[in-house]
Design a protein around this ligand. Structure first.
Ligand SMILES: O=C(CO)[C@H](O)[C@H](O)COP(=O)(O)O
Length: 155
């Protein structure tokens, strides 16, 4: 799978390890930075990661900040992105199976590298369920996005 990675300064050390892990599993990685431990604002990186997914360069993304919270808030501002902060294995696969999540967010200050490896494996091995209730709910999320865009235009 082609995966887009991104982080802020707090996530930088973990992102480097995740990159090695993803390569060892045979994934292709597009790295949208940050590339140094210098301070950087997570919304700027989230925009790049999400744009890569929206434009079809990659199938899924992984964002790392200090807690994963800011990264998930930022990514969820972008239409067509469904981001989830996951620090447990069940959520890491169910978020794809039920909610068709395409960006997983991790907190480098909260979890260690070995849990992070298991979380991204669970996320990347999961597929969106074909059960109609999950398809219907995600379709409702898509409609919510369209309604919000329409409201903005009408302002
Ligand atoms: O977790 C984060 C956002 O949710 C950021 O990584 C965190 O706020 C960065 O903090 P600092 O600049 O103090 O390292």
């Amino acid at each position: 799978m082609i995966i887009t990675l991104g982080c802020d300064h707090a996530g930088f050390p973990l992102k480097s390890k995740l990159m090695e892990h993803l390569h060892s599993k045979g994934h292709q990685v597009i790295d949208h930075g940050s590339y140094t431990p210098e301070p950087v604002d997570f919304p700027d990186i989230a925009k790049k990661v999400c744009s890569s997914i929206k434009h079809g360069e990659s199938e899924r993304g992984i964002m790392v900040c200090g807690t994963g919270v800011g990264a998930s808030i930022a990514a969820n501002k972008i239409p067509e992105i469904r981001a989830a902060l996951c620090h447990d294995i069940h959520s890491a696969h169910q978020c794809v199976e039920h909610d068709n999540v395409n960006v997983m967010c991790l907190g480098a200050k909260i979890i260690g590298e070995w849990l992070a490896y298991d979380l991204i494996d669970a996320f990347l091995n999961a597929e969106f369920s074909t059960e109609p209730e999950f398809r219907r709910r995600v379709e409702k999320l898509n409609l919510m996005e369209l309604e919000a865009e329409k409201e903005l235009k009408e302002k």
